[in-house]
Design a protein around this ligand. Structure first.
Ligand code: 3PG
Length: 394
């Protein structure tokens, strides 16, 4: 598959799908520009090469309606500031006005199309929308890793209506890191799976069990695994209907000889809001109390498990980190990762946020920009957006 620097883009109209789904502040400004910064290498490359760049993105989930609060206006403003040049926002992503805006582009100019999800056809991979979009440009570049798990018109369908396709620098980097970590890792490979629900991580856990040398499970979902082992978890959140699944995962790990680490203690409280919190070993959590974070003995156990790791993949926080008092476990493991001589890869919106809040992220080898897309890869599935590029011959 070709990457953007293997295509001749000078003077060409380049439609680039990016994921500029940035959180906005109450005032309506971009609150976190990580996703804008992540696609700058591809954008700058297009500008330097003198392409006519047409950016296409979604923002939020406006459900096929034109809703002003989901406009990409604030993103156009922030991108203009970062680039130090005007980025015009088109009033739509298809139609006569958009065609005129595209025709007016000079080499090196950048145009941002309005939120593609204002069109109901986007999420349905609608043929007509994909065609109109594709016909705006000569070349399609996908640099939107975080949306590549969606078979949407601007991600998949559009590739049928352009002469050439390719991947942007961010998509390439994401796929390369993932391959290095999961498909061709320097061993030992340790995966840390956290988050609230086993149900959302089941596919990923089952798949990576066949690839890792050690598996660490934390977050509220660890309670279901502990329950499956017959450990009393007090009134902690569990998923009753997944206890059997959890048990079979534990059995599979044991039959494969893969050490699977579960928490041994927890920071417990009666509720998230309750100021009274105590540390309790699992098995001794009183009735009416729930686990909200891993405890210090668990941090030590996980740290030891990570010491010899050469590759670490982490998805999902280990406690309710959004409450300061339940963030210590996640932050402690984040700083452990930073101290390892290993390739460390973190993916998933919440995990990224937790690690950013924990402080310096520069020692983490790679922070993926994808939440759902990263999980999709961990589940061993192909990304429809990447498959479409392959079909297109890009
Ligand atoms: C994300 O934030 O993970 C991507 O932008 C995809 O958004 P979606 O889950 O609304 O498709």
């Amino acid at each position: 598959m070709k990457s953007i620097d293997q295509l001749s883009i000078s003077g060409k109209k380049v439609l680039m799908r990016v994921d500029l789904n940035c959180p906005l502040s109450k005032e309506g400004d971009v609150a976190d520009d990580t996703r804008i910064l992540a696609v700058l290498p591809s954008i700058n490359y297009c500008i330097e090469q003198g392409a006519k760049l047409i950016l296409c993105s979604h923002l939020g989930r406006p459900k096929g309606e034109r809703r002003p609060e989901f406009s990409l206006g604030p993103v156009a403003k922030r991108l203009s500031e970062i680039l130090g040049k005007e980025v015009r926002l088109s009033n739509d992503c298809i139609g006569d006005q958009v065609k005129q805006d595209v025709e007016a582009l000079k080499n090196g100019d950048v145009l941002l199309l309005e939120n593609i999800r204002f069109h109901p056809g986007e999420t349905k991979n609608d043929h007509t929308l994909a065609k109109e979009l594709g016909e705006l440009a000569d070349i399609f570049i996908n640099d939107a890793f975080a949306v590549c798990h969606r078979a949407h018109a601007s991600v998949v369908g559009v590739t049928e209506f352009v002469k050439e396709c390719g991947m942007g620098f961010l998509l390439k980097k994401e796929m390369d890191y993932f391959h290095k970590a999961i498909e061709n890792p320097v061993r030992p490979l340790v995966a840390i799976m956290g988050g609230a629900k086993v149900s959302s991580k089941l596919g990923a856990i089952k798949n990576i069990l066949n690839k890792v040398d050690k598996l660490i499970i934390g977050g509220a979902m660890a309670n279901t695994f502990l329950k499956a082992k017959g450990v009393d978890v007090g009134d902690s959140m569990i998923e009753e209907d997944l206890i059997e699944e959890a048990r079979s995962i534990l059995e599979k790990a044991s039959s494969l000889g893969i050490p699977l680490y579960l928490p041994v203690d927890a920071v417990v409280s009666r509720s998230m809001e309750d100021a009274v919190q105590i540390i309790k070993p699992y098995g001794e959590i009183p009735t009416g109390w729930k686990a909200f974070d891993i405890g210090p003995a668990t941090v030590t156990l996980y740290r030891e498990a990570l010491q010899d790791a050469k590759t670490v993949v982490w998805n999902g926080p280990l406690g309710a980190f959004e409450e300061k008092s339940f963030s210590r476990g996640t932050f402690a493991i984040s700083s452990t990762l930073a101290s390892l001589h290993a390739l460390t890869i973190v993916g998933g919106g919440d995990t990224d946020r937790a690690i950013h809040e924990a402080g310096d992220t520069s020692e983490i080898s790679y922070m993926s920009t994808g939440g759902g897309a990263f999980l999709h890869l961990l589940e061993g599935k192909e990304l429809p957006g990447v498959k479409a590029l392959e079909r297109c011959g890009g």
